[in-house]
Write a protein that binds this ligand. Structure first.
Ligand code: HEM
Length: 346
């Protein structure tokens, strides 16, 4: 490299240093300026720390000696948003939705009553659910009900229960609900996964589902359109409720249950909001399922309790599945027995 080139390079370097010097010095000047302003403010307006708090609430990390994620952030303004949502629209609209769903189910039952069979039971039974299906289902059903009740106490308890029970009883209930929720939560996730594995194959969409949806599955009168092992309504519960909302509950629940993975506060806030909203929707949908699975349809509860349904029930509610069993395309045990529930009807 020639002397000239070397000299030019040094000149350029020097120029950069000279030009950049003020910028490097700026933060030092800024914080010095800030410190001077603070001192002046202490004299002129004792106690007015507004600019300090403005800086603190900016969410920008300040310097601290304690290591760790977010430690430099004293106040997270998103916390205000979380508090406003968690104490406002979520319980308000969520609570409203649950009340509307319960009233709608009650009105439907009063108007439509239990959906009965049109034909006579034959007394020949077909196996609809094996023991794995039923164990997975009832452990999910039980843990779901425990999670729903304890979760509703945590979300609505302060607004709904506290004015009635008073502080002592409520704090006992709230502590019990929190601990039960934390421990049963993992059991719920495991049984939910087992339920997804057990029923996913027969919840895949079929052409017949569209006709079932078009006739609203005979829920508002008229004959039920033919369906496979599960009809479109059950498939909707499975994909929207069990899979989508179930997984959303599981993932956000685990994030909230194990805060020791250095999750930032924003992650915890978002997980909590998603958990609350998904929970309300899951319970609202679940109420519909539980209604149909208990008093809504004659013989449905029997199906999941004993695993067997009468031929007539299978033919009227799941005709395509019944045809597959009859043709041998689907393997299902059959046996002769009279279901006390069916006999009583006719
Ligand atoms: C007390 C609560 C519950 C009752 C009484 C109940 C009742 C029933 C009944 C009777 C059936 C059989 C319906 C048929 O033969 O087609 C069924 C199916 C099913 N249940 Fe439940 N259930 C309850 C809670 C739950 C919960 C909490 C979940 C999941 C989170 C669930 C998921 C399922 C699934 C996946 C099926 C198979 C049909 C489908 O895929 O939709 N159940 N339930």
């Amino acid at each position: 490299m020639s002397h000239l080139q070397r000299a030019l390079r040094w000149i350029a370097l020097f120029a950069i240093v000279v030009l950049a010097a003020p910028a490097w010095a700026q933060p030092a000047a800024n914080s010095q300026e800030l410190a001077q302003q603070q001192q002046q403010r202490r004299i002129d307006q004792p106690g007015n720390n507004a600019p300090v708090w403005r800086e603190v609430r900016s969410g920008r990390a300040q310097s601290t000696l304690v290591p760790g994620p977010e430690i430099g952030v004293l106040v997270l303004s998103s916390g205000q948003t979380w508090r406003a949502l968690h104490g406002g629209p979520i319980p308000l609209y969520g609570g409203g939705l649950l009340i509307v769903v319960v009233l709608a189910i009650a009105a439907y039952f009063l108007l439509r009553g239990t959906i009965e069979l049109h034909g006579k039971p034959t007394g020949r039974l077909i196996q609809r659910f094996g023991s794995f299906d039923r164990i997975a289902h009832w452990s999910t059903a039980l843990t779901f009900c425990i999670m729903a009740v304890s979760g509703l106490v945590i979300l609505f308890g302060k607004m709904v229960l506290l004015p009635v029970t008073g502080h002592t009883l409520f704090s006992w209930l709230a502590a019990l609900s929190k601990n039960v929720h934390n421990f049963v939560g993992l059991l719920f996730i495991l049984s939910l996964l087992a339920t997804i594995v057990a029923f996913i194959r027969d919840n895949l969409p079929q052409a017949a589902d569209f006709k079932w949806i078009a006739t609203a599955g005979g829920l508002f009168g008229g004959r039920e359109a033919p369906s496979g092992r599960f009809n479109a309504g059950e498939k909707g519960w499975f994909w929207i409720g069990v899979v989508f909302l179930g997984i959303a509950m599981g993932v956000t629940g685990v994030i909230l249950l194990f805060p020791n993975f250095d999750q930032p506060r924003t992650t915890m806030q978002i997980a909590n909001i998603v958990h609350d909203i998904a929970a309300v929707l899951f319970i609202a949908l679940g109420l519909g399922h539980i209604y149909m699975g208990t008093i809504g349809m004659r013989g449905a509860y029997q199906a999941m309790r004993t695993g067997f349904v009468d031929e007539t029930w299978a033919k009227e509610h799941h005709e395509l599945w019944y045809d597959d069993v009859k043709s041998g395309k689907v393997q299902a045990r059959t046996q002769d027995a009279v279901l006390p529930d069916m006999q009583r009807q006719h």
